[in-house]
Design a protein around this ligand. Structure first.
Ligand SMILES: Cc1cc2nc3c(=O)[nH]c(=O)nc-3n(C[C@H](O)[C@H](O)[C@H](O)COP(=O)(O)O)c2cc1C
Length: 168
């Protein structure tokens, strides 16, 4: 397993518009023994309720949602570019159908009992604070509803407090 160093949040320099959208990231939810890694490219890092938070958007149909709902913590991790294929796998197959660790070649690691892929270069360990459902009533612009949710598979906003960030 790799050795990770703690990284104070005030030392961060990252572009919030490209970091997730271009690099992609892995959300890992579950326990240190059993967890499911899923690729995300929508989300945000910021401040809410006087806390440093990460927001992720998870559709109802994702297996990851079951793990997020059952557990109080999750991680958001960025991986070196050589793992792009593993991110594609974790973004196209479901943990409902297979073991995504085996399928992607990623390795389950954990800290403070919170699971994350050992191949990560940067990991945010988060404590779940809120899960906010989107519904057809959520949107002030109905085009969004039509464009993204025609099949009724709405996103849930999960807001997590960043407990720890670490890098290698
Ligand atoms: C680049 C990329 C970004 C994605 N971003 C999200 C996202 O932000 N939210 C989401 O619900 N699904 C997203 N997905 C789709 C899930 O990763 C995909 O459906 C995955 O197979 C679900 O896995 P699970 O069922 O094991 O949770 C993304 C897929 C890719 C390839």
């Amino acid at each position: 397993m790799h050795v990770f160093q703690p990284l104070p949040l005030d030392l961060f320099e990252l572009n919030p518009f490209t970091k997730l959208n271009k690099e992609w990231a892995i959300v890992t939810a579950g326990t240190k023994k059993e967890a499911n890694p899923m690729t995300v490219s929508w989300g945000g890092l910021g401040t809410l309720w006087n806390k440093s938070v990460i927001t992720i958007y998870i559709r109802e149909s994702r297996y990851t949602k079951e793990y997020l709902d059952k557990n109080d913590f999750f991680s958001l991790s960025f991986l070196p570019n050589e793992n792009r294929n593993a991110l594609s796998v974790c973004g196209s197959v479901s943990g409902k159908d297979c073991d995504k660790w085996e399928e992607s070649g990623l390795t389950l690691n954990s800290r403070l009992g919170i699971p994350f892929p050992d191949e990560s270069s940067l990991v945010f360990l988060c404590k779940k604070l809120a899960c906010i459902p989107m519904t057809s009533d959520t949107f002030t612009d109905n085009e969004i509803n039509k464009k993204f949710y025609e099949n009724g598979d709405y996103h849930y906003m999960y807001i997590g407090e960043i407990m720890d960030a670490m890098a290698r």
